[in-house]
Design a protein around this ligand. Sequence first.
Ligand code: A4P
Ligand code: MG
Length: 171
Amino acid sequence: LAELMNGIISFIGLGSNMDDPQARCLEAIGHLEKVKKSTLLRRSSFYRTEPVGLTNQDWFINAVVELRTALSARELLAELQAIENLMGRSRIVKWGPRVIDLDILLYGQEIIEEADLTVPHREMHKRRFVLEPLYELAPYAIHPAFGVSVAGLRKRLGDVSRVELLNKGQV
Ligand code: A4P
Ligand code: MG
């Protein structure tokens, strides 16, 4: 139990636009609650978001959760990929429809640049569907590569794609 008391604070982005996206995000949160050596601290509201990148697809549900974890970033990535696989994620189209996408947005104040792991997530500062839910949880969190808060990134954001807060009760 003691190991649950310390660890790194990580923010994880969730996205889905297939097979009842709200249910899929809730299902993923259920799995995230069970990740070893970790405690799920908080989750953001759910947001209905216009697709970015590949625009000819259904709108997404996006959310962010805060996890305290004693796993390394690489171990955490493996856990997230195991959840994606468990939920039947198939990787067919880059930026295309997905049952669930789990991204490590922030892992403490660490900066990681490896072939298969970039932290902070390389697109997070450009994406309203990430920054709105992250702002709800952690407006003062600092992006360690830019030295700018989430509030600051959100204020500077050029992304004009639509991001709508789902009312409580809709989820
Ligand atoms: N990877 C590297 N860094 C990380 C990290 N910090 N967290 C690697 C997670 N994974 C990371 O991801 C490809 C590889 O990224 C992984 O093998 C991992 O080693 P993937 O999920 O298999 O492939 P993908 O989904 O095609 O790419 P990616 O980068 O996850 O897609 P994006 O950039 O996240 O874009 N519009 C809205 N409104 N909402 C969305 O959620 N999502 C996308 C997906 C596009 N448009 C969207 C949304
Ligand atoms: Mg991903």
